[in-house]
Structures are given as C-alpha cells and as structure tokens.
Design a protein around this ligand. Structure first.
Ligand code: SF4
Length: 343
C-alpha cells in the first residue's frame, strides 16, 4: 500500500517514520526492508498482517491495563531492529533474513475493529515492530475511536518525534522494550541507537498513553547488574508506578547456544528494580504466580493475580487496594477506560 511519513529532499524521498530517516532513490528499500520507493511515492508491506488471533492483554505483557482484556492481535511484517535473540525472527526479519518467508495478508481495519468491538476486546500490534505499521495503526485508530476499542502496541519505541506525535493520540497503551542502558550496548544488541527509544518512552507518557516497559535479560549485556540498575533507574525516573517486566532469555535464533536466564538471576533483577524504587516489577513465568502478582505498595495485599496463560483475577476496588484502599496506578476496568492513566 502507499505509505505516509516521507518528504521530498535533495536527491530523493526521505522516510520520516523512524530515526534512520532513510533517503530513498527510485527502487530503493529502506533499512527496515518493508518500505520501498517506487517512482515518486513510497510503498509499505505493513498494511498486511502475518498473524490474526486472539490473545490476552497480559500476554503482551500489560499488567496494569484493563486486566483480562481480550486482544485481537496482528503482526505486520518487519522490524527496524535486528536482534540476535529475537523469538519472532521469522516475522520480524521479513525481507532481511532468507529464513523469513511469511506472506502478509491484507487487512480490513474497519472489519477488524468491528470484530474486536463485538467481543468487547481491543486490538494489539505485536510480535514484529508495530511502529513500521503506523499507517495501519492510524486507520485502526480512526475506526476504533467511535467504538471504544483500545489499540495497543508492543514496540521497540524506535520512532521519530513527529511520528510519535501522530500515532500517540490513537494508542491507549504501549509496552516498549528497553533493551540496554548504554548507547554502545544498545547498538550492539539491536543495530540502532538508544536515545530515540528513551525519547519515545518519555513522549508517549507525556501524551497520556499508558506505558509499561519490558527488558529482556540478554546474556552479556542487559542481563548484567550494572545495565539492569541503570535501566531500572531510567524506568523509575518515569515514575515509581511504571510497571517493569523482566523477560527471561531463552536460547533461540542466532543465540541458540546461550543458556536461559536462571530463576536466581531473574529474582536478583527484580530486587534491582525494587531497590531503584519501582513498585511493580514482574517476571511472567520463571518465578511462579508471585512473579505475576500485583501487590499493594502500601500494605502488601495481593490486588491482581494472574495465571500462566494470561487469565487475571482483579480484587481492586475503585482502582485501589482491596485491603487498605491505596490507589494502584493503572487503567482498570472498575474505574472506566483511561482513568488513572497518568499514574
Ligand atoms: S521506517 Fe526507518 S528504516 Fe524503514 S524506510 Fe523509514 S526510515 Fe528507513
């Protein structure tokens, strides 16, 4: 489909969607491999999706946004990053890795929103990089506005400020991966600079989008205490109520010879987050139900419990602790969509 997010510059058309800001001559493909110049326009493969299935909001993961919300999940192809540990590399490395042979199907944004509305759910763009599907997101958002269907992203946050400004108003929530604390480590892991990711996180938060952060514990970089402490410090700087998800590394793709993160390492990473002042630090699986539980920062009572497959049981009352009433930051079902969204 024809893309948006580009402008004429000397010697070509410049894509303005991500900070690579590729200059495209006729026939060129961008670094993301999903945008291509053809004559005097740019086309994108990201109006199609490689996946269309129902999942739960907890599996993205979002733990403080509408517990139990079913999400019609789409995965337009491609990614602006090229991480060696990507579990979704067959979708994300579309056009870059010969092993990625997915064929995206065209989408009907209006029908997708209608389907989500009929089930009382939302729409998620996940598994690959949703920001490369900014046009699709805007279309979904335009249809979703009148039906109250939330649109959410699980993203790498690698967008230009002008792209963030356009997409933030249609997004209800984003979970952004913060993969390293330093420029050098981030470039090594992803092939891209870190600073724009930090800027996107701050801008999404400032725009009123509900923000949760995920950090994969990658051996040799983000799994190290020093990196984790600096990432935790940044997340705490967004506000101590910002949920921080620690993602266990499992051997895959070009890192299939590495060992998975041990439960002890994940436990110690949780402590690093709490020492930084974060109130809500989570591990989806390796630490059992306790790693998925939301506890009141005031009295310690369990306010939301979650199962392995995302089913949630919320005991919140008016967005507060069931025992002492202290407010738990989030967008909760019992206080209406988007209340408490400035946690
Ligand atoms: S999205 Fe990024 S990588 Fe892709 S063409 Fe645009 S600037 Fe280049």
């Amino acid at each position: 489909m024809p893309a948006d997010f580009y402008r004429p510059v000397e010697g070509g058309l410049q894509c303005t969607l991500c900070p690579f800001r590729c200059r495209l001559r006729d026939g060129d493909t961008g670094a993301c491999k999903v945008r291509r110049r053809e004559g005097d326009r740019v086309l994108t493969a990201t109006r199609g999706t490689t996946v269309e299935h129902w999942s739960s909001v907890e599996r993205k993961p979002f733990y403080h946004f509408r517990p139990g919300l079913p999400l019609l999940t789409l995965a337009p192809p491609g990614c602006s990053f090229r991480c060696d540990y990507c579990v979704n590399h067959r979708v994300s490395q579309y056009g870059r890795d010969p092993d990625s042979r997915v064929a995206p199907r065209d989408t009907d944004p209006e029908a997708l929103v209608r389907t989500a509305a009929e089930r009382g759910g939302g729409i998620a763009l996940s598994y690959s990089e949703p920001s490369l599907a900014a046009e699709l997101t805007l279309e979904l958002g335009a249809h979703a506005r009148t039906s109250g269907v939330p649109v959410v992203w699980k993203s790498n946050g690698f967008l230009t400020p002008e792209a963030v400004e356009r997409v933030a108003p249609v997004l209800a929530a984003v979970n952004i991966d913060l993969k390293a604390a330093g420029e050098e480590e981030h470039r090594r892991l992803t092939g891209a600079p870190l600073a724009p990711v930090l800027e996107t996180i701050r801008s999404m938060k400032a725009a009123g989008v509900w923000v949760e952060i995920s950090t994969p514990l990658i051996p040799g970089t983000s799994a190290e205490d020093e990196q984790l402490a600096r990432i935790a410090e940044f997340v705490a700087g967004l506000g101590p109520d910002t949920p921080w998800h620690l993602l266990r590394f499992t051997p895959t793709y070009r890192m299939h010879r590495q060992r998975p993160t041990s439960p002890e390492r994940l436990g110690s990473a949780m402590r690093i987050g709490r020492d930084a002042g974060l109130r809500y630090v989570y591990v989806e699986r390796a630490l059992g139900a306790e790693g998925r539980a939301t506890r009141c920062p005031g009295c310690g009572a369990e306010a939301v419990s979650r199962g392995v497959w995302g089913q949630a049981e919320s005991r919140l009352r008016d967005g507060g602790c069931p025992a002492c009433g202290e407010r738990i930051a989030g967008v909760w079902n019992d206080v209406g969509a988007n209340e408490g969204n400035r946690g």
